[in-house]
Design a binder for this molecule. Structure first.
Ligand SMILES: Nc1nc2c(c(=O)[nH]1)N[C@H]1C(S)=C(S)[C@@H](COP(=O)(O)OP(=O)(O)OC[C@H]3O[C@@H](n4cnc5c(N)ncnc54)[C@H](O)[C@@H]3O)O[C@H]1N2
Ligand code: MOO
Length: 394
């Protein structure tokens, strides 16, 4: 008698509870892209460090305009003017350069007429205090900029760099072992018997994790033999062991018994989810084991809903579960049953349309989808124009 189905959120919570966060390391900024921060990033400097010009032009005293003014020197980024500007004096200034003392506004060069050292206003001119980036406009030294548990995007890395950091403390990369199982499977591109099936899950999973800080250990294809699967499991050394196939109830679905034969434990099996119902999770030595269903779309959905969040969670992510967005439905949907549904859908003219065929073997509909419509268990029927929740696909 199979175990009852548990909800997606319960499965996520139980999965997260199976492992402990990985160790941290301090790495140069360039190696920190896409990692999760293990400690807060505070500003080590003030940005800008002083009042700076936002334009190329002339630093002036607003009350002296329209001139004429005498140009007494130059301030460039990295080479500030070290004197003081007096009445009816101006300093040639460039974008990013410190505003000389005595000046309060920047006149852009397009609105100035210069003749030797003499300068006069030739356009509208600045407002008082115009064209200046004030000291600390972006942040001041000591301010919290990026909190522990946030992911290091390109923008956050740039922020850390300009805040004075050359290295950051992040979760170490995770090792994710990926193995397929099934006697029918052959490597993609290999010539096989007519009933041989190209193994598509491993390449899909590797691509699905390509933006995450993980090292993938590809373990290939295992036959449908308990001893072979258990022996392979016993030899794996990783943080997460991901299997695909053999998770269901058939005589050749051997992941659960093989995990137990290798000394592992099953924490849960079977989720109120479509596609992806037979997913299982457990432990083997120090590893979290995730047994994804073999059907390619089921493997994709469970990897999206469980594997990617698990990696984020073990890396110390503050928010590990993907955020659903709201979209407008293009065509009616019937009421849902007890399983949480992730329906392949396409966005056209600002509305989402569910693919006609949703069988979990159909990779073509997955490849053509740009989002999954998430439907809660027992969601009532929905009509065109109603709001639905979607998970955008990369
Ligand atoms: N009597 C029942 N049968 C099934 C149930 C059930 O509840 N009772 N659940 C069905 C559901 S839902 C799913 S999903 C599948 C998942 O089964 P398995 O995880 O055991 O997967 P397999 O049987 O090994 O394979 C299913 C399907 O996918 C193909 N496959 C497997 N691995 C790969 C791969 N790496 N690349 C490409 N294709 C793969 C395999 O050839 C099968 O066609 O079970 C239902 N059955
Ligand atoms: O859950 Mo299966 O993944 O419905 O085909």
């Amino acid at each position: 008698m199979p175990a009852p189905l548990i909800s997606v959120s319960e499965a996520q919570e139980r999965l997260f509870a199976l492992g402990t966060a990985v160790a941290t390391e301090t790495v140069p900024l360039a190696a920190a892209a896409g990692r999760w921060l293990a400690s807060d990033v505070c500003a080590l400097r003030t940005q800008p460090y002083a009042d700076l010009s936002a334009m190329d032009g002339y630093a002036v005293r607003f009350d002296d305009l329209p001139g004429p003014l005498r140009v007494i020197g130059e301030s460039a980024a990295g080479r500030p003017f070290d004197g003081t500007c007096g009445a009816r004096e101006a300093v040639r200034i460039f974008t990013g350069a410190a505003l000389p003392s005595g000046t309060d506004s920047v006149l852009v060069q397009e609105e100035a007429a210069r003749d030797g050292d003499s300068l006069t206003l030739s356009g509208d001119g600045p407002v008082r205090g115009g064209n200046i980036r004030r000291k600390g406009l972006d942040f001041t030294s000591g301010e919290l900029l990026i909190a522990k548990g946030e992911r290091l995007t390109a923008a956050r890395l740039a922020l850390a760099a300009i805040a004075g950091h050359g290295a950051l403390t992040v979760a170490r990369r995770l090792r994710v072992a990926v193995v397929a199982s099934g006697d029918e499977l052959v490597a993609p591109g290999a010539s096989g018997a007519p009933d041989a099936l190209p193994e598509s899950n491993s390449v899909m999973l590797a691509a699905l994790l390509a933006d995450l800080p993980v090292d993938i250990l590809p373990l290939g294809i295992l036959p449908d033999r308990l001893d072979a699967i258990a022996a392979a499991f016993a030899a794996v050394d990783a943080d997460i062991l991901v299997t695909t196939g053999g998770a269901s109830v058939g005589d050749h679905d051997l992941i659960r018994p093989a995990l137990e034969a290798a000394g592992g434990t099953i924490d849960f099996w079977r989720i109120a989810l479509r596609p992806g119902k037979p997913m299982l999770a457990g432990r083997l030595r120090g590893m979290t084991v995730l047994g994804l269903p073999g059907n390619p779309v089921s493997a994709f959905v469970t990897a999206t809903v469980f594997l990617r969040p698990l990696i984020a969670h073990l890396s110390g992510a503050r928010a590990a579960v993907p955020v659903l967005r709201t979209a407008i439905l293009g065509a009616a949907l019937p009421a849902n049953d007890r399983r949480q549904d992730y329906l392949r859908a396409q966005t056209r003219d600002g509305r989402v349309y569910v693919a006609q065929r949703q069988d979990s073997s159909l990779l073509r509909t997955l490849a053509e989808a740009d989002c999954l419509i998430a439907r809660a268990p027992h969601a009532p029927a929905a009509g065109a124009g109603d709001s639905v929740e979607i998970l955008a696909l990369p």
